[in-house]
Design a protein. Sequence first.
Length: 225
Amino acid sequence: MVHDELKKTASWAALRYVRSGTIIGVGTGSTTAHFIDALASIKNQIAGTVSSSETSSAKLKAYGIPVFDLNDVSLLPLYVDGADEINDQLQMIKGGGAALTREKIIAAVADCFICVVDSSKKVEILGHAPLPIEVIPMARSYVSRQLIKLGGCPKHRQNVITDNGNIILDVYHLNMRNPVQLEKIINSLTGVVTVGLFAERGADIAIIGTTRGAQILQKNYYTKC
């Protein structure tokens, strides 16, 4: 219950970055669900949204918030999503909700990526949470063998099919001291759709829900947020 309140604190704080008349990128997960609740309170001020999952799309539409296909959107000033973990460099592990590929696509398009999390998700070094990887089903065994060579322990997430029709491997015990390099290596494996390391394109701003309110972390260089 405490964590849920902290998630809500972070999510509602993200409203300050929403610009009137724009289309907002919306992610997936329990924290993002709170952001959708917040967004509904100003839904008449925005043009609409793009969404990273069918679950989020359904919640947005239930509030009467328009959901557009990303291919029909030329400008995306803001993307708001949660994370399984985030470090001081605003690099993240994402994919607990199995929407990592669509999340990574929207993040690539957005001018500003805001990560909303509760304080339990802030870590010094990534890797306490398992690393999700979306894999084409016929490549599951091959990719698993390659991940073992990298020092990981992959486990097939049972009874989960992504919105893209693929499977998820959750990988434990990987060395993530160089997350950018690891992201490149895993993405290069044949059969991998994408990996839930958001290191090359991390967040621009993190809003962390704490018992003292919303803590804001921002990259040192100029951001369009």
